[in-house]
Design a binder for this molecule. Structure first.
Ligand SMILES: [Zn+2]
Length: 54
C-alpha cells in the first residue's frame, strides 16, 4: 500500500504539494504542507509563499 508520497502531487496554480514549505512574508512564520490540493494556506491575511519544493 502506498503511504505518503511526497512529489506525487502536482503543483498547480498557488496550490503546493505535500512536503512543500510555506512562509509568511509578513511575520516569517513557516508551515509545511501536509494536505496537498486543499485551499491555499494563509497567514496575516495573505497566502503563504512556497519556499521549498519547486
Ligand atoms: Zn503571518
Amino acid at each position: 500500500m502506498s503511504a505518503v508520497d511526497p512529489g506525487a502531487a502536482n503543483t498547480e496554480g498557488t496550490e503546493a504539494a505535500n512536503g512543500n514549505r510555506l512562509r509568511c512574508n509578513n511575520c516569517g512564520s513557516e508551515a509545511i504542507v501536509t494536505k496537498a490540493g486543499g485551499s491555499a494556506l494563509t497567514c496575516c491575511g495573505a497566502p503563504l509563499e512556497v519556499t521549498f519544493g519547486r
